[in-house]
Design a protein around this ligand. Structure first.
Ligand SMILES: [Zn+2]
Length: 415
């Protein structure tokens, strides 16, 4: 601003300043999230406590460039963020006003490029926006974004429950809790319908595109253009996608509210870790949707817990869907059933997982970042230990006598 760069854009100094501040905040947030990843990597890869401490301190004060490990990790995680400023503008709270006209329509007036000339925008809502606004121009419409204080939302006033509940996030149902109750049971149907619709739509679009390409190759550019403009647009496609996302979010947030109605503490799997190793979800739409859905569930749990005052505890979910919650042995999961060969019982797989997740919260050996293979070893050791504690099958008098003389001694120990 000092060298007058902003003058040639013709934007008022105030709007320019707020937008630059906004972009800087984006960059800072991007950096902070990269550092979070790097802190995780340090925890995973550096075993020496002193070295770990030194690295965390260097990271905290932005002295990571000189350290090879930190620099490499930062390069890996600090991806180029994208901050769009060419179609949006930030307007400070004291720079706009809202007026309701005679017909009850709400108008927003913001400063334009001409001094003292306000640009008036009709809003499609009766609730006036407050605080700093971000105006985004998208396909001929103006979106008005602003922050609201979530503590004033009606759903935030609902008190949370008093118990500790474990949840498993799923695809057919949004959540299954450790009491065996399913929440958000409409989720599977929503996702399947969307997946089927997308498959059919993509098939049709591919066909149209090939017709357009053939026409273009023939030299019929008018026809090719007509198809591209009229049949392969993105406005309707994006609107439908947004509607579907909104439906899914409602279903998931409702499910989370139901759980928090009875929970003071919700125990859930830590998703950030599971996603690290799974970069490609492939072309399968079902799986892609499922992956995104779990992210929304995690966000909803965080958001609603914070607003309603319940605690959210993340646990290591390794093997929680493959272990029997009663005997602790690894069993087999087939579809929505879990079969424990030891107990000879078939559990509902997601209920079994939810109970295991709940039990992980009090597990003294398995911490949040305990590696997968170590968790397996711990589980294995536990079942082995339990096996040696079993009474010997041999009921000969000699054994019985020895057991009577040394009641606390293991019968397999040598004298
Ligand atoms: Zn079992």
């Amino acid at each position: 601003m000092a060298d007058g760069t902003h003058v040639r854009f013709g934007v008022l100094a105030n709007a320019w300043k707020e937008t630059v501040r906004d972009a800087m905040a984006d960059i800072a947030a991007n950096l902070a999230s990269a550092k979070l990843e790097v802190r995780r990597a340090i925890g995973r890869r550096i075993n020496d406590p002193a070295e770990r401490k030194r690295m965390l301190a260097a990271l905290a004060v932005d002295r990571w460039a000189a350290d090879p490990f930190l620099a490499r990790q930062m390069r890996k995680h600090w991806r180029r963020g994208r901050s769009r400023t060419d179609h949006q503008i930030v307007v400070r709270a004291d720079k706009y006003n809202t007026v309701t006209d005679g017909r009850g329509r709400l108008w927003l007036a913001v400063p334009g490029l001409e001094r003292r000339q306000m640009v008036r925008i009709p809003l499609s809502t009766a609730v006036a926006p407050t605080g700093t606004l971000r105006l985004i121009l998208r396909r001929g419409r103006v979106e008005v974004h602003y922050q609201i204080d979530a503590s004033h939302m009606r759903s935030s006033q609902r008190p949370c429950g008093g118990r500790m509940v474990g949840v498993d996030k799923g695809y057919t149902e949004a959540l299954t809790d450790s009491d065996g109750t399913h929440h958000g049971t409409g989720l599977g149907k929503l996702l399947t319908a969307e997946s089927d619709r997308l498959k059919e739509r993509n098939r049709r679009r591919a066909k149209l595109r090939s017709i357009a390409n053939t026409a273009a190759a023939r030299g019929d550019h008018a026809k090719a253009h007509r198809i591209t403009a009229n049949n392969l647009g993105i406005v309707k496609r994006d609107r439908q996608a947004a509607r579907h996302r909104a439906q899914v979010r409602t279903e998931i947030f409702t499910a989370v509210h139901r759980v928090i109605d009875k929970a003071a503490t919700v125990v859930a799997e830590d998703l950030t870790k599971r996603f690290a190793g799974r970069k490609t979800l492939g072309k399968n739409i079902n799986r892609r949707l499922a992956g995104w859905t779990k992210g929304v569930s995690a966000e909803a749990l965080r958001n609603v817990s914070e607003r309603r005052g319940s605690a959210l505890v993340h646990v290591n979910a390794a093997y929680t869907s493959q272990t029997c919650h009663r005997c602790g042995r690894l069993g087999r999961r087939g579809g929505d059933r879990f079969h424990c060969t030891c107990c000879g019982v078939v559990w509902q797989a997601d209920v079994n997982a939810a109970i295991n997740i709940l039990q992980r919260a009090g597990d003294p050996d398995i911490a949040l970042h305990t590696p997968h293979h170590v968790v397996r070893q711990i589980l294995q050791d536990r079942t082995d230990r339990r096996r040696t504690r079993l009474p010997v099958q041999d009921s000969s008098p000699a054994t019985a006598e020895r057991r009577a003389n040394h009641p606390n001694r293991s019968t397999t120990s040598k004298k």
